[in-house]
Design a protein around this ligand. Structure first.
Ligand code: PNS
Length: 176
């Protein structure tokens, strides 16, 4: 929702900025579905890839950013960036008012609630907005995509074509 549509004419114009943070290893069609939904709600949506991952990622940060940029190229007002350190600090730096996160199933809720409340404790003026992806993507996760692909299963329809191609190169052609 654009603030310009709901603010009275004498109010200064504000831009609503949201951050969609994550590992995106790799970006899935579920992520893209959420980005498309989020883009309609905020004036600017920044997809932010965490660089200091504790997990052992399949794709490098540069590869993940490149795939995200390609996949979101045609979606307006969406940019892709990286961040390290605390998400609330990054959000402040970007003057964001909201953090966007997806909730697929009941099992996501506990982890997401804990993060949202911790982020609120750290920055009380920053809201976490949860969106649900399309039903077709409620079972899709980057972890399962990696696992299925590494064991020879098909991930067609679960990730953008470019990601499928990159998975092929990474897993079967051993490209780093
Ligand atoms: O896609 P993921 O791995 O579920 O994303 C998790 C992410 C990146 C949103 C979370 O780990 C994060 O925000 N990390 C940054 C460090 C931080 O702020 N930690 C405190 C969160 S309560």
């Amino acid at each position: 929702m654009s603030r310009t549509e709901i603010l009275p004419a004498n109010q200064p114009m504000k831009t609503s900025v949201a951050i969609y943070p994550g590992s995106f290893d790799p970006v899935t069609n579920g992520h893209l579905d959420l980005i498309e939904r989020g883009e309609k709600m905020f004036d600017r949506l920044i997809v932010a890839v965490l660089t200091n991952l504790e997990k052992n990622p399949l794709f490098s940060v540069a590869e993940r950013v490149e795939m995200l940029r390609a996949a979101t190229r045609t979606i307006p007002n969406v940019s892709v960036d990286t961040f390290s350190g605390l998400l609330v600090d990054y959000a402040r730096q970007k003057q964001a008012q909201a953090i966007l996160r997806g909730i697929r199933a009941f099992t996501d809720y506990e982890y997401e609630l804990q993060m949202a409340l911790m982020n609120r404790k750290l920055a009380s003026d920053l809201e976490t907005v949860f969106l649900m992806p399309a039903l077709a993507y409620t079972y899709v996760s980057s972890r399962l995509v990696r696992e299925i692909f590494q064991h020879g299963g098909s991930v067609a329809g679960l990730v953008p074509a470019l990601v499928e191609e990159r998975l092929h190169q990474k897993v079967y052609q051993g490209k780093n």
